[in-house]
Design a protein. Structure first.
Length: 451
């Protein structure tokens, strides 16, 4: 009984990190930073519409997409190193705190992004996004340690619902500030910078709760090992990251069905992440919608995603997580295909698209996380979740890169939308081919009654 109470206390603390960091994903990445950083880059552009970071000519409209892509590539190097460290030492919570507060500080610093400081914006975005991704990997790896197999769908879904509720709450405040910026005595640009900075403050403040509730499980022997096992210097750390990633993948080859699930997830989640990071840019630049419309649409997504995560968690209890995810991928395919045909300057149709996305967004992510937790051998949680997070965000540089290149070559964002349909359709086929019960058994874990 005491053990169950302690586990539930950790679960409740765990939910609060979704509450803390989801505001960064929503207010910063999805709503404000893309259009604002694009406008800053355009202000700094030459007469041909190009900026020149490190002397490389980049169309101003592509700068945000390239910065997102660069941050995710750097996260690929950082995650295996962090995972190896925590699986050896058990020091997961301190590293989670470090990454969370580094990201929160960089996000708060976006208050100073103005004028033509597009390089500052790109640098802060890269720091914040790498920190966000690594922290999410560490956070996710707590799930199999704090929830029994039969609890994980529900626990994961509640976490996502907590996060989407948080994002919706802050977006309401952001909308009030942005729409009424004149009455508050600030310019539209200042209102955006306040919204960016308060997302960082929110992230930092509420991270205190999970750091107080969660507990580390130390490595064999019960004591943390010395952190000096990681070589100093950027070059040696990059080498160590690549080596650790190779070791993780080599170990995962002993569980080929786990790899099959990751491949399916990599494909369909690339589509999900591209929608999250590029939706506001697509809406503002291609569909010519104003910022207020975008905020209301993303707010609608947040509210429906919170409800959708809980509803899909209940569907998973009845039909199984795998079958529920497959249904969500069909819905994703139809929704994104419809998005290609949206007319410009038509907020009603954009809101309809937001409804379709919101109903499947939270549940597909939450159930994917809980489903993967069943496929991890005990003692390899952080290491395997680093590979999962690489699939989640670390390999999702491809979608933003495609968007950036498409705009670079054509001057239009619309053409890249159709590529996302392929991601969801192919992901569906790959996931449908994974024999989930056998995959869980081969990982050495108990198979739930319904999966």
């Amino acid at each position: 009984m005491a053990e169950a109470d302690a586990r539930r206390r950790e679960q409740r603390g765990w939910y609060w990190y979704d509450w803390a960091n989801s505001v960064y994903s929503t207010s910063v990445l999805t709503v404000f930073l893309g259009p604002y950083l694009t406008s800053v880059a355009k202000a700094a552009a030459d007469t041909h519409g190009f900026v020149h970071p490190l002397g490389v000519p980049v169309r101003a409209g592509s700068f945000f997409a390239y910065a997102v892509s660069a941050s995710l590539l750097l996260a690929v190097l950082a995650m295996p190193l962090a995972a190896a460290l925590v699986d050896r030492t058990g020091r997961k919570k301190p590293l989670l705190g470090f990454c969370a507060y580094a990201g929160a500080a960089a996000t708060t610093g976006m208050f100073f992004l103005g004028g033509e400081r597009y390089l500052l914006g790109g640098a802060l975005l890269i720091i914040a996004n790498v920190s966000f991704v690594v922290a999410m990997m560490l956070y996710n790896s707590f799930l199999p340690q704090i929830a029994e197999p039969e609890e994980r769908d529900a626990v994961s879904s509640r976490g996502w619902a907590f996060g989407y509720a948080s994002g919706a709450l802050v977006l309401v405040a952001d909308l009030a500030l942005f729409a009424g910026h004149d009455s508050f005595g600030v310019t539209e640009g200042t209102a955006v910078r306040i919204c960016l900075a308060t997302a960082g403050l929110w992230w930092g403040i509420f991270t205190v709760i999970p750091l107080r509730r969660l507990r580390d499980r130390y490595a064999a022997g019960g004591l943390p090992s010395a952190p000096t096992a990681i070589p100093a210097g950027a070059a040696s750390q990059r080498g160590r990251s690549r080596q650790q990633l190779r070791e993780t993948l080599r170990d995962m080859r002993r569980h080929p069905l786990t790899l099959s699930f990751l491949l399916a997830y990599l494909v369909y989640n690339d589509g999900v992440q591209t929608v999250i990071t590029q939706a506001s840019v697509y809406g503002s630049e291609e569909l010519r919608l104003d910022q207020t419309t975008l905020i209301v649409a993303i707010l609608l997504v947040q509210v429906l995603a919170a409800a959708g995560a809980l509803a899909m968690g209940r569907l998973a209890r009845r039909y199984g997580a795998r079958r529920t995810i497959l249904g969500s991928l069909v819905a994703w395919t139809l929704t994104i295909a419809a998005g290609y045909f949206l007319p410009a300057k038509a907020p009603g149709w954009f809101f309809a698209l937001a409804v379709g996305i919101g109903l499947v967004l939270g549940g597909s992510q939450a159930l994917s996380r809980s489903l993967f937790s069943h496929l991890i051998p005990r003692g390899k949680e952080a290491e395997y979740f680093s590979a999962y997070e690489i699939s989640d965000r670390g390999v999702s540089w491809l979608g933003p890169l495609v968007f950036g290149v498409a705009y670079q070559l054509t001057g239009s964002y619309r053409a890249a939308i159709l590529s996302l349909v392929a991601f969801f359709a192919i992901g569906f086929v790959l996931l449908a081919r994974v024999p989930m019960r056998r995959a869980i058994a081969e990982a050495g874990n108990p198979v739930p009654d319904r999966i």
